[in-house]
Design a protein around this ligand. Structure first.
Ligand SMILES: Nc1ncnc2c1ncn2[C@@H]1O[C@H](COP(=O)(O)OP(=O)(O)OP(=O)(O)O)[C@@H](O)[C@H]1O
Ligand SMILES: [Mg+2]
Length: 235
């Protein structure tokens, strides 16, 4: 569904992504794990079009999107939940969700989708008039995910959804991710929480200083000694 071939990205002289290639097939949860500064966010932002590729190709369902503008990519079915949530703090929960549908003009369907989001995240329904900045970290993560779903993505890009959340909430967020996937949305999940990410992913890639160094099934990587040592706190 999503295919990245020999992608390079630079920030000035910094070579942030070095010839990375990866695939996400329809219906999968694929995770990209790696340490701080490895290039995870850069990868997602380049897929969304927020960062420019220096070379290489990104394609969605066989269509080359490497040079297409970000809103067009949203229309084609790519939606990103950014690192740190980035909700609009002064706006209400409802207004944040409506903004997620800014490229749509099917008003009645938008309304139905907002109700679906409230079903998936009841806390958001209870707080629809509350300003988003007053939500807890976990609630803001749910709002960011809800907002991203409002564009009806075929593939959802999640950038460290578990960041800063208590273990119980992390588990809840991961259950929601699985559920979103089960209802037909393909997922590319970036995480530092490798053990949780590997437990729900069908396949995984490990990125180190801008290069993909290991890939395999979630199960294979969870068992790998190298991964245990570097990312799972094992010996
Ligand atoms: N706007 C920028 N200008 C210059 N360098 C940048 C910029 N954004 C990222 N970088 C550099 O690119 C590299 C990859 O950064 P990136 O944010 O993709 O890492 P990451 O894997 O998401 O890290 P983290 O887990 O901390 O979020 C880092 O060395 C970073 O310093
Ligand atoms: Mg990041």
């Amino acid at each position: 569904m999503l295919s990245i071939k020999n992608l390079n990205v630079h920030y000035g002289v910094i070579h942030a992504l070095k010839d990375i290639s990866l695939e996400v097939n329809e219906g999968e949860i694929v995770t990209l794990i790696g340490a701080n500064g490895a290039g995870k966010t850069t990868t997602l932002r380049t897929i969304s079009g927020l960062n420019k590729a220096t070379s290489g190709e990104i394609s969605l369902e066989g269509k080359d999107i490497t040079n297409i503008a970000p809103p067009q990519r949203v229309k084609m079915g790519i939606s990103q939940v950014p690192e740190g949530r980035r909700i609009f703090p002064e706006m209400s929960v409802l207004e944040n969700l409506e903004l997620g549908a800014f490229l749509r003009n099917d008003k009645a369907e938008i309304k139905k989708d907002i109700e679906k989001i409230y079903n998936r995240f009841p806390i958001l329904g209870n707080r629809k008039r509350q300003t988003a900045g007053t939500l807890s970290g976990g609630e803001q993560q749910m709002l960011a995910m809800g907002r991203a779903l409002m564009s009806r993505p075929r593939i959802l890009l999640l950038d460290e959804p578990s960041m800063g959340l208590a273990p119980l909430l992390v588990r809840e967020i991961f259950n929601i991710i699985k559920d979103i996937n089960n209802t037909g949305t393909t997922i590319l999940l970036v995480e530092q929480n490798a053990s949780m990410a590997l437990s729900i992913a069908s396949r995984a890639y490990v990125i180190e200083t801008g290069a993909i160094v290991i890939s395999g099934t979630g199960e294979e990587l969870a068992k790998s000694n190298e991964i245990q040592k570097a990312y799972l706190g094992g010996e």
